[in-house]
Design a protein. Structure first.
Length: 236
């Protein structure tokens, strides 16, 4: 297994989970980066007390995509072979990090967690609207980009930094993964999905403002997907 990997966590207002999750992550990864995306709930103070993780702070909340872009750039700048991304809300199991690192080798550029590839004993039922939107968007990506995805939005992933260097990501919000899939397909990156449990601890989690409305969120995802595809066709 390539040992030179970074585990990165985008964090925004996770005071309830942050220390517990990081304690677990540290058991499976020596190099841990937290991108604190403008937290205001005490998360930043908890992170300041830790000496075992690297912390990069965004002064203001810039978005999930912006936090991931910061993590990607850090991994590239510090010559890591790969970077594993894991959310800090307790919905991902850090003990699976070595599996993702192992899978992200031998020419594989993206290992994307999927909560729908197989069933696990610890699975919980997802909020119905979120499941429907994920299925709709995953099917559209598969059809339009020619890559087979069952879970477009799982935050548990591993990326080769050599693959990330080919991407030019500009989306800062929750739809950044859609832009990433478009560019990954354009550059013919090798993508595999990896089964992970379906765990929802906070069904009322906010996407922020108008995106909490499912119809608005789906429209936003379509907009980003259309825009990203148009952009790649422009430079084809």
């Amino acid at each position: 297994m390539p040992q030179n990997f970074l585990t990165a966590l985008p964090v925004f207002n996770e005071v309830k989970y942050v220390n517990e999750v990081l304690d677990l992550v540290k058991q499976y990864s020596d190099n841990v980066l937290v991108v604190d995306d403008g937290s205001t709930d005490g998360t930043s103070e908890k992170l300041a007390q830790r000496t075992d993780v690297i912390v990069i702070e965004h002064e203001q909340n810039a978005g999930y995509g912006a936090a991931l872009k910061t993590a990607f750039q850090y991994a590239i700048d510090h010559d890591y072979h790969s970077v594993v991304t894991i959310d800090c809300d307790g919905q991902h199991e850090p003990q699976r990090i070595p599996e993702f690192v192992e899978a992200c080798s031998n020419g594989v550029d993206i290992v994307s967690g999927s909560r729908y590839l197989k069933q696990f004993d610890e699975d919980t039922a997802p909020p119905e609207q979120r499941r429907q939107i994920n299925q709709t968007v995953s099917a559209e990506i598969s059809r339009r980009l020619g890559i087979q995805l069952t879970d477009a939005f799982c935050g548990f992933k591993a990326y080769s930094t050599s693959g990330l260097k080919k991407l030019d990501l500009t989306e800062n919000g929750y739809a950044m993964p859609l832009e990433l899939w478009v560019q990954a397909a354009q550059h013919e990156l090798k993508i595999i999905e990896w089964p992970v449990p379906l765990i929802y601890l906070d069904e009322d989690r906010s996407f922020g403002g108008v995106l909490d409305d499912a119809t608005t969120r789906l429209e936003y995802y379509h907009l980003v997907l259309d825009r990203s595809i148009a952009k790649t066709e422009q430079f084809a």
